[in-house]
Design a protein around this ligand. Structure first.
Ligand code: TXA
Ligand code: MG
Length: 353
């Protein structure tokens, strides 16, 4: 199959490519598209064959449910029942936006889309191009992140192309995404609302709308002994080809320790990459002898760190890094999402110094 790459870079949705993309979805095909979080790999959420094709294209286990993307609030009533008061409050505060809610599903949603579960993940994204595409596609687009299973979620169309070329009909290239980490997932089917995956909408933000919000304890679990509630969070994900370790401690000690580790690894013939911050990058450039040192951004700008993380992990893969070190990040606010993805990429390898 030839995968068409069409630029829709202008910010405003361009009518013709979006119409074509929508037609592909209606005919049972797959189209990757930009959202404000990461690129999604879209198919018709109400067509079981489309969901099967998504799993196949990603090489993803079919018990890992997909998120259904909508473009109008009222469409939630077609796919979820009941729609609790909490969902209405959260939607009012954060939709359209980077928040996914887990609700009980209606019969309209096939089991293939929800990985056999009786619940459905619903997201109403903010990106205007995504909304126009969902509308052109019939209103219900199942979309996991558009990476091959086990690779970091794509923040650029080029990365979608690397993973999906020849496997899907079309990629809508909307340039670099804004947030760079996947949406926050909140489960509203239990006794208390619970965050299953941290993201740009933080626990603190959710608690301004709902009184208490719990966090799935596995999210920042270093030991990895607990079983995450979101099926997708159980699989080894976001994994770079080399070995990534997170080094945690006082800033000065961390920098010194990473430099030492890097020099020893170099002496053993490894190719070493370091994920630094603007505050520390110069020190590594001078002292670590690493092959590649990349700053994820300033510690005072976590949004930048979130946006850069997956790109850096992919670049380290491309540059053939065999050993990588990363500084750690705050475990509250958006830092919680950054740390959660880093922990997963590192296979939960953390060294406290
Ligand atoms: O930002 C995002 O959410 C992106 C963009 C494309 O919208 N999508 C995304 O989808 O990250 P995906 O498939 O890569 O991650 C979906 C996560 C998985 O961990 C999956 O297990 C979980 O959501 N999930 C989906 N439906 C669920 C359900 N009914 N119950 C629990 N977890 C669910
Ligand atoms: Mg994913």
């Amino acid at each position: 199959m030839e995968t068409k790459l069409i630029k829709i870079d202008g910010g405003q949705p361009e009518a013709e490519p979006i119409r074509l993309a929508g037609q592909i979805i209606k005919n049972g095909g797959l189209v990757a598209f930009p959202t404000e979080t990461v690129y999604g790999l879209g198919g018709d959420a109400l067509n079981p064959d489309s969901s099967r094709k998504i799993y196949e294209a990603k090489g993803r286990p079919s018990d890992n449910p997909l998120i259904v993307h909508i473009c109008r609030w009222e469409d939630i009533y077609k796919i979820a029942e009941p729609v609790p008061e909490e969902a209405r409050k959260l939607a009012k505060a954060f939709w359209p936006g980077p928040l996914t809610m887990i609700l009980r599903k209606t019969d309209l949603v096939p089991q293939e889309t929800t990985g056999g579960l009786s619940t459905v993940a619903v997201r109403f994204p903010a990106d205007l191009r995504a909304l126009a595409f969902i509308e052109a596609a019939g209103g219900f687009v199942a979309a996991p992140s558009a990476n091959a299973s086990g690779r970091p979620s794509p923040t650029l169309a080029r990365y979608v192309q690397e993973d999906m070329d020849g496997r899907i009909e079309m990629i809508l290239d909307g340039g670099e995404v804004g947030i760079g980490l996947e949406s926050t997932i909140v489960d509203l089917t239990g006794a208390e609302p619970m965050i299953l995956r941290p993201g740009f909408i933080t626990k603190e933000m959710l608690e301004e709308v709902l009184n208490t919000v719990e966090v799935d304890k596995t999210i920042l679990d270093v030991d990895c002994r607990l079983r995450p509630k979101a099926p997708g969070m159980r699989y080894k994900h976001y994994a770079p080809k080399g070995t990534l370790s997170i080094v945690e401690g006082a800033s000065e000690t961390v920098v010194r320790s990473i430099c030492e580790k890097s020099r020893s690894a170099k002496a053993c013939g490894e190719r070493v990459g370091i994920i630094a911050t603007d505050e520390t990058v110069q020190r590594y450039l001078t002292d670590s002898q690493a092959d590649s040192v990349k700053s994820a951004g300033s510690r005072s700008d976590e949004a930048a760190v979130g946006r850069n993380l997956y790109r850096i992990l992919r670049e380290f893969d491309d540059e053939g890094m065999t050993v990588m070190y990363a500084e750690s990040f705050a475990e509250h606010g958006f830092g919680q999402a950054i740390m959660n993805r880093l922990l997963k990429a590192a296979g939960h390898r953390v060294e406290i110094v």
